[in-house]
Design a protein around this ligand. Structure first.
Ligand code: KIV
Length: 273
């Protein structure tokens, strides 16, 4: 095991993430959607576990994150929280549960916090959801922001390519990042933007900035678990590093099991009563 992994078993809090940024310690974040995987990821020493609305893609097989419902996010959030002892657990507010108005946003955030017992929520967007962010924060619910490629807006973007390459979009992103910090968000995810822009935002903000496809100059990294473990082989963006080939491991194991049944090898004498 790498010696860089903290052996500190204290619960990770929003304040501890802030301290990690201050002392230059990188923050490790990964998605999880179920009890068993969350337990492995937490025990491995992950700092932050995101119950991402990417569950819509990797768990439910949808093309976008838009179809997943608040009830479904709560189901995933509950399963993950039951397994986690140390990591900070963040649950995504899904599309349609907070954009309408700030009362709806607060009601959705309260449901997530009450029913999942997660530590905080994540919301996509900047100035356009300002009122919702303020109202949720006023209720004492910590918010992680999310700017850059925000998958809930895929129908507006029309493409999953890198965002904020153009000056105007980059300027709006910097403005939104400052606003989220000013409003009181405790951290920010920057997805698929040029590395130099992400580095600039991370160095300007006091709150931790976690990147996905945003280069190494930010305060931490997040990936989708199915992508980094190689469960999902259809998605190969440049920013993805695969740490395992579970697709092959699982396929081999399942085929060995099928073979053992067909050849009458399983179960053997010792595997029965
Ligand atoms: O839903 C998700 O998995 C996310 C990450 C890509 C940051 O929002």
């Amino acid at each position: 095991m790498s010696t860089a992994i903290a052996d500190d078993s204290r619960k990770v809090t929003t304040h501890r993430l802030y301290e990690m940024k201050q002392r230059g310690e990188k923050i490790a974040m990964l998605t999880a959607y179920d009890y068993s995987m969350a337990q492995i990821i937490d025990r491995a020493g992950m700092d932050v576990i995101l119950v991402g609305d990417s569950a819509s893609n990797v768990m439910a097989g949808n093309i976008t994150t838009l179809p997943i419902t608040l009830d479904q996010m709560i189901y995933h959030g509950k399963s993950v929280v039951k397994a986690v002892r140390r990591a900070l657990v963040v649950v995504d507010l899904p599309f349609g549960s907070y954009q309408g108005n700030s009362k709806e946003a607060l009601a959705s955030a309260i449901r997530v916090m009450k029913q999942t017992h997660a530590d905080c929520i994540k919301m996509e967007g900047g100035a356009e959801i300002r009122e919702s962010i303020q109202r949720v924060l006023c209720a004492g619910i910590p918010i992680m922001g999310h700017l850059g490629l925000t998958p809930q807006s895929i129908n507006k973007f029309g493409t999953y390519t890198v965002r904020a390459r153009e000056e105007a979009e980059a300027a709006k992103l910097v403005e939104d990042a400052r606003l989220l910090e000013e409003l009181g968000c405790f951290a920010l995810v920057l997805e698929k933007i040029p590395a130099n822009l992400a580095t600039r935002v991370a160095s300007e903000l006091r709150i931790p900035v976690i990147g996905i496809g945003a280069g190494g100059g930010v305060d931490g990294q997040v990936l989708v678990m199915h992508d980094m473990l190689g469960i999902n082989q259809d998605f190969s963006p440049r920013f993805l590093r695969r740490y395992a080939d579970l697709h092959t491991v699982i396929t081999d194991a399942v085929q060995a099991y099928i073979g053992d049944i067909k050849t009458h090898d399983f179960p053997n004498e010792k595997e029965q009563y």
